[in-house]
Design a binder for this molecule. Structure first.
Ligand code: FES
Length: 153
C-alpha cells in the first residue's frame, strides 16, 4: 500500500490494521515521531492528518490511506513547522525531549487553525500533550513567539 507522507508517496507492505506509528518508525524509519503511552492519551506520537493533529499510535493505516500525513521530518519551507522548530531551539524548550516532536506537531495544528491564539487558547489547544519534564511555560512561549512573528509580517 501507499501513504502520502510529507508530500511524498511511500509504498510498503503491511496489514491494514497496523497503527500508523509503526509504519512511520519501523517500516519507513521516520523515528522523529515517538511511541509513549500507546493508547492515544499523551500526545508524543502526534502527527497531522489532513492538517489536523492525530495520535499515530492509535490510527490504523486503513483510516489514512487517502489522506495527507505530516510528520516532524517535514521540511516544507512555506509551512509554520520550521519557524516552530526554530522557536523551540531559540527558547531551549525541551528537557529530556521525548514529548517534543508531538508538542511541535500539535502546535502546528493549533497555529494552522488559529494564527493568533490567546494564552488561554494555547493552553486549551495543547492540553492533550503531556510533558513529564514540565516544559509547558517554554512550549507556550515558543508558540507565542511564532504567532507574534507572524503578526509582524
Ligand atoms: Fe521530557 Fe517533555 S521534555 S517529557
Amino acid at each position: 500500500m501507499t501513504l502520502n507522507i510529507n508530500n511524498r508517496d511511500y509504498s510498503f507492505e503491511a496489514e491494514v490494521n497496523m497503527p500508523l506509528l509503526w509504519v512511520l518508525r519501523d517500516l519507513l524509519e521516520m523515528t522523529g515521531t515517538k511511541y509513549s503511552c500507546g493508547i492515544g492519551l499523551c500526545g508524543a506520537c502526534t502527527v497531522l492528518v489532513n492538517g489536523e493533529a492525530a495520535r499515530s499510535c492509535s490510527i490504523p493505516i486503513s483510516a489514512v490511506l487517502d489522506k495527507k500525513i505530516t510528520t516532524i521530518e517535514h521540511s516544507e519551507p512555506n509551512s509554520l513547522l520550521q519557524p516552530l522548530k526554530d522557536s523551540w531551539v531559540e527558547n531551549d524548550t525541551p528537557q529530556c525531549g521525548y514529548c517534543q516532536s508531538g508538542q511541535i506537531m500539535n502546535a502546528l495544528a493549533l497555529l494552522t487553525q488559529n494564527l493568533d491564539p490567546s494564552e488561554e487558547e494555547i493552553e486549551l489547544g495543547m492540553r492533550g500533550n503531556i510533558c513529564r519534564c514540565g516544559t509547558y511555560p517554554r512550549i507556550k512561549k515558543s508558540i507565542q513567539q511564532v504567532a507574534q512573528k507572524n503578526r509582524e509580517l
